[in-house]
Design a protein around this ligand. Structure first.
Ligand code: PLP
Length: 388
């Protein structure tokens, strides 16, 4: 049954305006301070944020760059990975992970994901290692850490490097350690919609490795740390002061915001677990999930109808992602190999991302769950009707 209040509740997929309203004062003060300072690129704010972010993760270095994709590209370059090399990553990820590998001239080699956690299937990775393999980029998808222990053991045995794609998992932990501190290096994105987001593009490389940090510092700024010093062919991938300043204002909220996401996930779990035909997301052992996305699964034949039904009730949903990497036009040439990627393909056809952000209200969460249940009940009625 639909109550009168339901009609009034709108639930967008993201709501950055409500977040901004909460922090407007300190953000405007910071922006003003930076504009008055007259320093806009790679200054005190960037340096301070690099310190605060490396401290938050528990790593030695953080190097601010223009965006999360560049964080991966510059790390690959710093490691000397390029043409002739292979880098293994997940078939179900945002396209940027594969793109970064292709950008440096290396070949992305895809591994399927596990059906329970949707993260990189380490058992498959082992079969994909060749003499050309240089690195592995596990993706902490939707905010859940990939299973890092067996992966780190594997790379150790084969003398490879792990670069974490931590763009969706700010603050998530694996065996008590923050993602971004687990591999040799990690790339974070601070795109506005991420768990920690700037008000424009921003990214960072995190690492305990002095060499990688030093190379990324040069690569991001035309090949040198000092003006008119060009030790190598670099590029322009600098972080600007305004974005770094805004990130410094927001960082103290990150843990509380992640906690809210976690609580909302528990509410969704509780409200949805009794709904037939809906699979709620699972978290693997020894890790914390920061729910960048809360992704349910529904039978593929009913997925689009569910989304249409929710849209009718002002509930926005997303698909992350409609196509696994090997089914995009850009990466079709990678093929799917003899085994294919059955899990990634099944996920792409059955996943639905529900609204998930700290500012969701109990009323909104209930509205979403109730409308999913209403859809399921309605369809059950139709089926009974057909049979009878
Ligand atoms: C957002 C994202 C990126 C890229 O970050 P940008 O800042 O948009 O370049 C890379 N990998 C994953 C998994 C992401 O979600």
């Amino acid at each position: 049954m639909t109550s009168k209040t339901d009609a009034a509740v709108k639930v967008p997929l993201a709501d950055l305006q409500r977040e901004y309203a909460q922090i407007e004062g300190p953000v405007l003060a910071k922006i003003r301070e930076i504009l008055v300072s007259g320093r806009f690129v790679l200054g005190a704010e960037v340096e301070a944020f690099e310190c605060e972010w490396s401290g938050y993760l528990g790593v030695k270095h953080a190097v601010g760059v223009a965006n999360g994709t560049d964080a991966l590209v510059l790390t690959l370059k710093a490691l000397g990975i390029g043409p002739g090399d292979e880098v293994i990553t997940a078939a179900n990820t945002f396209v940027a992970t594969a793109e970064a590998i292709a950008q440096v001239g290396a070949r992305p080699v895809l591994a399927d994901v596990t059906p329970d956690t949707y993260t990189t299937d380490v058992a498959q990775v082992e079969h994909l290692i060749t003499a050309r393999t240089r690195a592995i980029i596990p993706v902490h998808l939707y905010g859940q850490p990939a299973d890092m222990a067996p992966l780190l053991e594997l790379v150790e045995r084969h003398g490879l490097t792990v670069i974490e794609d931590a763009a969706q998992a700010h603050g998530a932990t694996y065996r008590g350690h923050k993602v971004g501190s687990l591999g040799q290096a990690a790339g974070f994105s601070f795109y506005p919609a991420k768990n920690l987001g700037a008000y424009g593009d921003a990214g960072i490389v995190a690492t305990n490795d002095d060499q990688i940090a030093q190379s990324v510092r040069r690569l991001r700024n035309h090949g040198g740390v000092e003006r008119h010093q060009h030790d190598m062919v670099g590029q322009n991938s600098r972080l600007d002061e305004l974005q770094a300043g805004i990130l410094r204002v927001k960082l103290p909220y990150l843990d509380a915001w992640n906690e809210r996401r976690w609580q909302h996930a528990r509410t969704y779990d509780r409200l949805l677990s009794a709904t037939p035909g809906i699979a709620v997301p699972q978290t693997g052992p020894e890790r914390t999930h920061v729910y960048h996305q809360y992704v349910i699964r529904v039978d593929r034949s009913r997925r689009d109808a569910l989304r249409t039904h929710l849209q009718r009730w002002w509930i926005e949903t997303g698909i992350h992602y409609p196509r696994p990497v090997h089914l995009t036009a850009a990466f079709a040439h990678l093929g799917s190999g003899p085994r294919g990627f059955p899990v990634a393909e099944a996920l792409a056809a059955s996943i639905v991302s529900l609204p998930m952000y700290p500012q969701l209200t109990p009323e909104q969460l209930t509205h979403v769950a109730r409308q999913i249940a209403a859809f399921v009940e309605d369809r059950a009625g139709e089926t009974r009707g057909e049979q009878g």
